[in-house]
Write a protein that binds this ligand. Structure first.
Ligand code: NAP
Length: 337
């Protein structure tokens, strides 16, 4: 099969378009014919070698964390899906590789694709949707009437998180540039802070939850938005000791993460705020619940651009500009009649 292969870790290095064997199935796997693959900054960060300590993939390997496609084969113990099903997934860590014509995915990571979406739209969702779910539902336990600040509301995670937070009954503030204010309002944001001209930490106070996906300066300033007992949840770091332990990292890495997060943990504790780092995981059951929300029209995907499979490296360079509005996807197998 054709695939984009990472031959060696290299900053901004191009992935090689080459041949790989079609993946073999494990007992609980299904083989998916990839129709569309979503791109994430995680792909670029892994390619650059930034994630080697946490996700030690050994080259050569195929990158790609989001897939939508059709089931073409079913492993001997896989029960939930049948050949022909349209599905989508964020395959679990260690088993990524959606930038290819086929991928074998454990059925526990898989869900039926929302029937009202194209393959491209479906492929845009799993990683960001599960991230938003695991931050707002699992970690924050966001309740109706609570106030949440979602940074970078026009990005991949932000566009989904705003809609999910509204569905959960929260009041939502978000940071975005003026050019994207209408977009984030259309997703349900109640308060929009133009990050280029306004200081969010002066404009907002008494919040229950902040979802941070930006830099350390934003992370620290976000403490001023929260009330005592509030939760500061970061997906862009720094990783904390609880994450290091849950990942089963070695004692040296656990210590490194303790040190990396020391400043923010101490500042948060001084304000009686709970700091936590979330690193999302694949989860087919949660994704199935997301399918229901999308099919009900509660949440819609926000797509910036679709690239042909041949232009995958250009698509990666595009998301690395940090300017994407919503999601970027490559079409691997064109479904248009
Ligand atoms: N830990 C996890 O599990 C996890 C999961 C998903 C993502 N992440 C991380 O979270 C970060 C965000 O990911 P993403 O995919 O959502 O990013 P993205 O889609 O690339 O975000 C781009 C958007 O961010 C906006 N933006 C940039 N700087 C901003 C600022 N200072 N204030 C407000 N908005 C700003 C841009 O708007 P303008 O063009 O108007 O500036 C653009 O629309 C990345 O670092 C990613 O690796 C982590």
């Amino acid at each position: 099969m054709k695939a984009y292969i990472l031959d060696r870790y290299a900053k901004k290095g191009a992935l090689r378009f080459g041949e790989r064997p079609v993946p073999a199935l494990r007992d609980n796997d299904v083989l998916i014919e990839v129709h569309a693959a979503g791109l994430n900054l995680l792909d670029a960060k892994i390619r650059d070698g930034e994630f080697k300590p946490i996700l030690p993939y050994r080259p050569p390997f195929v990158l790609g964390h989001d897939v939508a496609g059709k089931v073409v084969r079913v492993g001997p113990k896989a029960r939930r899906f049948k050949v022909g099903d349209a599905v989508y997934a964020r395959p679990r860590d260690g088993r990524i590789g959606t930038f290819a014509e086929f991928i074998a995915v454990d059925e526990a990571d898989l869900a039926l694709k929302p029937a009202n979406l194209t393959m491209e739209e479906a492929a845009s969702l799993p990683l960001v949707a599960l991230t938003a779910w695991q931050v707002l539902v699992e970690r924050a336990e966001l309740d109706p009437g609570q106030k949440v600040l979602i940074h970078a509301g026009s990005g991949g995670v932000g566009t989904f998180a705003i809609q999910l937070a509204k569905h959960l009954g929260a009041t939502v503030a978000t940071t975005a540039s003026a050019a994207n204010a209408d977009l984030v309002r259309s997703l349900g944001a109640d308060v929009v802070i133009d990050y280029k001209t306004q200081d969010f930490d002066r404009a907002l106070s008494g919040y229950d939850v902040v979802l941070n996906s930006l830099d350390e300066d934003t992370l620290v300033r976000s403490l001023d938005v929260l009330k005592p007992g509030g939760k500061l949840i970061s997906i862009s770091g720094p990783p904390d000791p609880a994450f290091a332990k849950a990942q089963g990292l070695n004692p040296v890495l656990q210590l490194v993460m303790r040190l990396l997060s020391r400043k923010i943990r101490h500042k948060a504790a001084a304000k009686k705020v709970d700091y936590g780092f979330v690193f999302m995981r694949g989860d087919g059951d949660q994704l199935q619940r997301i399918t229901a929300l999308v099919e009900a029209g509660t949440i819609r995907p926000v797509m910036d651009r679709t690239f042909p499979f041949a232009d995958l490296n250009a698509a990666l360079a595009y998301i690395e500009t940090g300017r994407a509005k919503g999601k970027v996807v490559v079409t691997v197998k064109d479904d248009t009649p």
